[in-house]
Write a protein that binds this ligand. Structure first.
Ligand code: ATP
Ligand code: MG
Length: 418
């Protein structure tokens, strides 16, 4: 992508309306644009990052047997009456059709759709287990939308629902999913800061688990066991002040962002929707269920909260909008020719490159490169090209080197771990 052709218009000043680091940096860097409180447009840069996160999550869900569907946002009131949640969910967007006068809901979650759907596929033990997921926008009338992408009113979520014969099978899958979540957070380079956190399980299970990313800007408080690397949330600490894994009483209080959670629903929804199967003995039983969510927008925002400095974002290499931010300085004929050739060669070699080909000062270009946060900055200037060298700077460490042109691709591959 050539900068001059892109939509990118960065802002120099702090964003007045931003109430958080992620909102400030993402708006300034032209990743997102705010339409209303808790409602954002993903601009081209933001959408590339979101798509990369989505693809990492999708691959992991397919590995644990997930089959992707796309369920409707519009859901009839009857299903919510049936589950008993029409009255109890307070952040539900409810409205009435102008023409038919039927009452509808904008889906904040999809149990009310997926369970009646499952009745069309699950009849006997031979149809179990099954795993269905989607990646789709959810709508919640949050009392207070805040902290940029961390708490929105419309936000992208991955939700997977699992269907089992019994609790034993659910328990096994639940553990598999917990590992799968940890793989996802590791790939996103927040694995060492994201803790499996014991949370209350509702009326059906002792525990559910949240995945909490340590961050000063998090709205949750967790209590961390440094031996087991797990945590417990605030509700649980009210009941027991020890690590549920090892009994350690010296738990460390931390602020954190809940990026995902996993939950054993058991028969909470299969009962009201009468989702049953015939077991091997020909006996009718309720299907046992689990549900597993990750907020993609919140995850993107959380990554910015934990990975930035005073100059801008520092993207993990697998989700940066571009791997390489190429800057040409001076814009002399020679520099532009050299840059153009380098841009084409890097593209041919399969790298994702944004080339700042604008007629702007070095200061502006460097500030934008730092703000946008791509892992590698390359500079072509009068000084470097005469020596057949390219300057390479890593966003993460600020380490600068002059590399021989002939060795550049090798060096870039090394940095990106390819
Ligand atoms: P919270 O306690 O933060 O409100 P929740 O328990 O309501 O979260 P779930 O209903 O389990 O969340 O949704 C699954 C995931 O969706 C959460 O772990 C989070 O990553 C994301 N999520 C939930 N609410 C929002 C929101 N308002 N904006 C962005 N992401 C959200
Ligand atoms: Mg909530």
């Amino acid at each position: 992508m050539k900068f001059s052709n892109s939509l990118i218009k960065t802002r120099k000043e702090k964003v007045k309306e931003a109430d958080s680091i992620n909102a400030d940096l993402l708006i300034r860097g032209n990743y997102i644009d705010q339409l209303a409180s808790g409602v954002y447009t993903y601009l081209p840069l933001g959408l590339i990052v979101l798509d990369k996160i989505e693809s990492i999550i999708r691959q992991e869900m397919i590995k644990v047997g997930g089959q992707e569907v796309l369920m409707p946002v519009l859901q009839p009131k009857e299903n919510w009456l049936k589950s008993g949640r029409w009255e109890t969910v307070d952040d539900l967007y409810r409205f009435t059709s102008y023409y038919t006068k039927t009452e509808l809901v904008l889906g904040p979650t999809h149990e009310e759709v997926v369970v009646p759907l499952a009745k069309k596929f699950i009849f006997s033990y031979k149809d179990l287990p099954k795993y269905v997921f989607q990646i789709q926008n959810k709508f919640r009338d949050e009392k207070r939308a805040k902290a940029g992408l961390l708490r929105g009113r419309e936000f992208l979520m991955k939700d997977l629902y699992s269907f089992h014969e019994d609790e034993k099978d659910l328990d096994l899958y639940y553990e598999r999913m917990a590992k799968s979540y940890q793989n996802i957070f590791k790939k996103l380079e927040i694995g060492d800061k994201t803790y499996k956190t014991f949370a209350t399980g509702g009326s059906f299970s002792k525990y559910s688990h949240e995945f909490q990313t340590e961050s000063a800007s998090g709205e949750d408080t967790i209590y961390f066991c440094s031996k087991c690397k797990v945590a417990v949330n605030k509700e649980i600490i009210g009941e027991q002040k020890v690590c549920p894994e090892c009994g350690n009483k010296e738990l460390i209080e931390k602020k954190a962002i809940e990026v995902g959670n996993i939950f054993k629903l058991k028969t909470k929804f299969s009962e009201p929707f009468d989702l049953k199967y015939l077991d091997k003995a020909g006996k009718e039983k309720f299907v046992t269920m689990g549900c597993y969510g990750i907020g993609l927008g919140r995850l993107l925002g959380a990554i910015v909260e934990v990975s930035h400095d005073e100059r801008g974002i520092i993207w993990p290499k697998d989700i940066a909008p571009y791997q390489i931010h190429l800057v040409s300085l001076g814009n002399s004929h020679e520099v532009m020719e050299k840059s153009n050739k380098l841009y084409e060669d890097l593209n041919k070699a399969g790298f994702e490159v944004i080339w700042d080909d604008r007629e702007e000062s070095a200061g502006t270009k460097f500030a934008d490169a730092d703000l946008l946060g791509c892992p590698i900055r390359l500079v072509v200037s009068d000084k470097t090209y005469e020596k057949n060298k390219i300057e390479i700077k890593l966003r993460q460490t600020s380490k600068v080197d002059l590399v021989d042109e002939s060795l550049l691709i090798k060096e870039v591959n090394k940095v990106l771990g390819r």
